[in-house]
Design a protein around this ligand. Structure first.
Ligand SMILES: NC(=O)c1ccc[n+]([C@@H]2O[C@H](COP(=O)([O-])OP(=O)(O)OC[C@H]3O[C@@H](n4cnc5c(N)ncnc54)[C@H](OP(=O)(O)O)[C@@H]3O)[C@@H](O)[C@H]2O)c1
Length: 338
């Protein structure tokens, strides 16, 4: 099968599409023919292998341990192990599994895999798991959020667009989103009650305060945001550097009654099922910026590495067979209501 392979750390150019052995499902596994995957910020970090010094302990000290990239997938079940009960050949599935930038991926039935929401194309379904699961699991520790004022900084990114939707439609919070000028209307359409253009208004200086500030791109700091928090307010950041680059900051996670938390994203099957339910009931939708062919993975990775994408970047991995072809891909502009 064809897969995106990286056998050394470096710039996006170290990536190549190569022929590798197709995996076979074990007893409790599902084999999925992947039609769509994504390139995430996490993937760009894995390629570089230099984000934080300690990460190579997990990804491989000298060279990457996992040579096939990608994690989000959407596709058709091609084969199942003998013990699999919930999936059948021909089912449409989506989820998260390492090595998803490949024509086939195997996933444990009990892993982060679910039936694809019927109303979505494979490309749309692939754009859902990573951002939504990270946003959900970063925000959940501060539950309940119903009626609380929450500011999302970096609201147009993969985690940000997911956070705005989950806060507005699942947690039922009152969302203020901060994003770039070009994304204001999109972010408003996702459920934000107030949207601040970060180039026109500095939320840390406008005198407004919030119960929670979620920095979904890890570009601010607790110190900088603390005056925008209400008493007992909580600042959450997704940036691991918050703890790593400035160890002292890890010790100062309180200013008076205001607290800071590092959001640790987790991938869990029961959360994917919740997200699927939200999609099925019209409370969550994928946001796709650009789509690339598998052979354009270097270009896709370069773009994701700019840190300026809106929502998600999809990789078209393999064509669906005639009869199972998804509807024509929706354009990014189509996701902004008129
Ligand atoms: N904690 C965890 O478990 C975990 C897991 C995975 C990833 N992460 C981290 O989460 C972060 C976000 O990931 P993502 O995939 O959502 O990112 P992303 O989609 O690449 O974010 C892109 C968005 O960030 C905005 N942005 C860039 N620089 C900004 C700045 N200085 N101020 C405000 N907004 C800015 C961009 O807006 P413009 O167009 O205006 O530039 C763009 O809309 C990454 O830093 C990643 O390292 C954390």
């Amino acid at each position: 099968m064809r897969a995106v392979v990286h056998d050394r750390y470096g710039p996006p150019e170290v990536l190549r599409v190569a022929e590798v052995e197709r995996p076979a499902p074990k007893e409790d596994e599902v084999l999925v023919r992947v039609h769509a995957s994504t390139v995430t910020r996490g993937d760009t970090m894995l390629v570089r292998g230099v984000e934080y010094r300690f990460t190579r302990l997990f990804t491989g000290i000298r060279r990457p341990r996992q040579t096939i990239l990608g994690s989000d997938f959407a596709g058709r079940v091609e084969d199942v192990g003998a013990a699999v009960t919930e999936f059948r050949i021909g089912d449409e599935a989506f989820g998260i599994e390492g090595g998803a930038n490949a024509e086939y991926v195997t996933a444990r039935e009990s892993g982060v895999i679910a039936q694809k929401p019927t109303g979505l194309t494979y490309e749309e379904a692939a754009a859902i798991p990573d951002g939504s699961l990270l946003a959900l699991t970063c925000l959940r520790p501060v539950y309940p959020l119903r009626g609380k004022s929450v500011l999302v900084y970096g609201a147009a990114g993969s985690i940000g667009t997911a956070a705005v939707q989950l806060l507005a439609h699942h947690f039922e919070a009152e969302v203020t989103a901060v994003c770039d000028t070009k994304d204001v209307e999109l972010v408003r359409s996702l459920g934000a009650r107030n949207v601040l253009d970060r180039f026109r208004e500095d939320f840390t200086k406008n005198g407004k305060t919030y119960d929670v500030i979620f920095d979904a791109v890890g570009k601010h700091s607790f110190r900088h945001c603390r005056r925008s928090l209400k008493p007992r307010g909580i600042y959450i950041t997704v940036d691991l550097g918050f703890m790593y680059h400035v160890p002292l900051v890890a010790l100062i996670t309180r200013f008076g009654s205001r607290r800071a938390k590092l959001g640790i994203g987790r991938y869990r099957r029961k959360d994917l099922l919740l997200i699927k339910e939200l999609v099925d009931t019209g409370k969550y939708r994928p946001v796709i910026d650009r789509r690339y062919a598998l052979d354009e993975v270097v270009e896709a990775t370069r773009y994701v590495g700019t840190g300026q994408k809106t929502g998600n970047v999809v990789l078209r991995v393999s064509e669906a067979a005639p009869g199972e072809r998804p509807e024509p891909a929706a354009k990014h502009e189509e996701q902004v209501p008129t």
